[in-house]
Design a protein around this ligand. Sequence first.
Ligand code: GLN
Length: 439
Amino acid sequence: ITLKEALKLNKDELNNLKNDLKAKIDARPELNAYIDVKSMGEGVPIAIKDNIQVKEWSVTSGSKILQGYIAPYNATVIEKLQDAGLSPFGRTNMDEFAMGSTTESSFYGKTQNPHASDRVPGGSSGGSAAAVGAGVAIAALGSDTGGSIRQPAAFCGIVGMKPTYGRVSRYGLGAYASSLDQIGPMTQNVEDAAILYDIISGSDPKDSTNAQKNDKVVPHLNSDRKLRIAVLPKYIENASQDVKDAYAKAIEALQSSGHEIIEKEMMDAKYDISAYYITATAEAATNLGRYDGIRYGNRVEGANLEETYYNTRSEGFGNEVKRRILLGNFVLSSGYYEAYYVKAQKTRHMIKDEYNKIFEDVDLILSPVAPTVAPKFGELANPMDMYLSDIYTISVNLAGLPALSLPIMKNSEGMPVGLQLIAAAYDEQTLFDGSLSLE
Ligand code: GLN
């Protein structure tokens, strides 16, 4: 049942739906898409990534350090869901503090890909993607700092959408990299994504980076528009054959819907990786300074205050999080700040300018989401391999643009292959309109 259909159900039907979902979740414990299944309110159940605060729920960001922490308030997106008659339902698994591409770094165990039990669901919103992909959630919220909505959506065969930076309030979202983070919908189809996007987006005085815009897409959805769509022949050269096949298939579908295909190029994506991993770790090192054992979650006492900080952080954070805190502090430290952090910000501007230039001639860009289908567990255990696998998603966050990932085909092993469309800032309408021709 889709979100659109669920929104028409009455109270009794919704209760049956929730019980049915709970039974389906219990029948598949090995999936481990949820850290915990709870329900708040009587509305249409929406699965919530475990870094979004739901008042009175435990919220951990997939970390041991926040075990036992109870959210004292609702994130703005939760208030907006509830105002629209939807209810938070279950906390979905994720990479610790959203740092990762496989959901393997969660303190609460791994999540399986619904299409293959030996493969990852992607990450960091792997629990949300697996839940929707396996039919144990109608729709979910995820967060995307460098691809964490779009990549797991592609790996699990669902739709995932990252809004323009500033469209959706970050109030109540556990901060990873504040200049990149956005909450977005993860759904079974494009129309559901548009519905959920309309519900969660909009102005919020509690988030100073919010764009204070309230325009809606659903009333204007139009699959008949003829658009100019950029394709990137050189940019996709390093992608796997599965992704190239999907790319060719998507171009054909877009052409046969009457869109104009225009060839463009992007600068070498290796600069995206450097700019992203410097910016994201710098911001993360700063944001995660607050987990000191004094104010939040788990505390591991030491002989004095300093030792308490030390013990709490040593035991509470996992290896990937520690690696990024070290990296972030390094690139911000005096002597290295100019060489790394400042350079990354300059590169970020170049990436933004490059996108702006392409959008002078086109409405949308067609791009891969990941270089391959979902890898097997352990395949991305080397951090550098994992960082490189983000190559197609992170520039979108660096430039603050909206993008939507959707399934295009399955490969010979039955694994979904997704692609993304990218739009100019605040042009979510065109993004959704164009995406309808790829369903
Ligand atoms: N994989 C990327 C990272 O580890 C993106 C994660 C995200 O979008 N939260 O930083």
